[in-house]
Design a binder for this molecule. Structure first.
Ligand code: 13P
Length: 252
C-alpha cells in the first residue's frame, strides 16, 4: 500500500515571484517538523519553477507539457525544458485543460507518456462533471479517461504515475465531495488499476482545505490531495500538511 500522504498544490495561473519567496521561507520552517511520509509538492506556472528555494524533499512541478519533443510548436513547453528547470512532476489532463483547451483523453495519455519518457512523474487528472454525476455516468466517464492512459502507458508505465480524482463540480466551488463519495471512486479506481493499484498514489482534488483535509485523507484509498485555492494561502496549506502529518503519526 502507499504509505505516504501527498499534499500537492496546484497554483493554476496564480502566484508571483514574491509569493514563491514567501512560500519558500514558510515551507523551510514547517517541513522539518513533519513526518517524512508527508510528501509536499507545488505545481506552479512555468515562469515560477525556478523562483523557489526549498528543501530537496519538496518537489516542484508544472501544470502542463507538450506531447512533442521539440520543434515548431509556438507557445508550447517540452518535457525536456521542464526538467532543465528542476521540475519533477507535471499535471496532465486537468479538467480546466480538457474543458477550456479541448484536450482529449488520447492527448492527455500522450502527454503522460512523454512526461515518463523524460523522467517527469505525471499527475494524471480525471473526473466527471456535475451533470455527468447526476446522470449516473461517473464511472463511465472516469473509466474512459483512465483507459486511454492505461492503453498508452501499459502496466509498467501506470505504476510510475500519480492519479488525481478531481470531480469537476467540486473544483473551486467550495462543494467538496463527501469523504464517502470520494472513497467510493478511489476504491473503484484502485480496482480498475489491477496489480499496480496498490503502488500508485491516488489523490483527491476539489475544494480541499485545512478544515476538511483530515476526514478526506483518512479514507482508505485516498493518498492525499491536489489542492487549488487553498494552496495559495500558506496558513491553509500548512494546515493541510499538518493534517497529513497527524494522520501519519497517529498510524505510528
Ligand atoms: P480547488 O482546490 O480550488 O477546488 O481546485 C482543485 C483543483 O483543481 C486542483 O487541481
Amino acid at each position: 500500500m502507499v504509505s505516504s500522504v501527498f499534499v500537492v498544490g496546484n497554483w493554476k495561473m496564480n502566484g508571483s515571484v514574491l509569493l514563491a519567496g514567501d512560500f519558500s521561507t514558510e515551507l523551510r520552517r514547517i517541513q522539518p517538523e513533519l513526518a517524512t511520509e508527508v510528501q509536499i509538492a507545488l505545481c506552479v506556472p512555468d515562469t515560477l519553477l525556478v523562483s523557489f528555494d526549498l528543501d530537496k524533499k519538496i518537489r516542484i512541478g508544472a501544470q502542463n507539457l507538450s506531447e512533442f519533443d521539440a520543434g515548431a510548436y509556438t507557445g508550447e513547453v517540452s518535457a525536456n525544458l521542464l526538467t532543465e528547470q528542476g521540475c519533477h512532476l507535471v499535471i496532465v489532463g486537468h479538467s480546466e485543460r480538457r474543458q477550456l483547451f479541448s484536450e482529449s483523453s488520447e492527448q492527455v495519455a500522450k502527454k503522460a507518456a512523454q512526461a515518463l519518457r523524460n523522467g517527469l512523474t505525471p499527475i494524471v487528472c480525471i473526473g466527471e462533471t456535475g451533470e455527468q454525476r447526476e446522470e449516473g455516468k461517473t464511472f463511465a466517464v472516469i473509466g474512459e479517461q483512465l483507459l486511454a492512459v492505461q492503453q498508452e502507458l501499459g502496466e509498467a508505465g501506470m505504476a510510475s504515475i500519480w492519479l488525481a480524482y478531481e470531480p469537476v463540480w467540486a473544483i473551486g466551488t467550495g462543494k467538496t465531495a463527501s469523504p464517502e463519495q470520494a472513497q467510493e471512486v478511489h476504491a473503484w479506481l484502485r480496482d480498475q488499476l489491477g496489480s499496480v493499484g496498490t503502488e500508485l498514489p491516488i489523490l483527491y482534488g476539489g475544494s480541499v482545505k485545512a478544515g476538511n483535509a483530515a476526514e478526506l485523507f483518512q479514507q482508505r484509498d485516498i493518498d492525499g490531495g491536489l489542492i487549488g485555492g487553498a494552496s495559495l494561502d500558506i496558513n491553509e496549506f500548512e494546515g493541510i500538511c499538518r493534517a497529513a502529518d497527524t494522520l501519519i503519526k497517529r498510524k505510528g
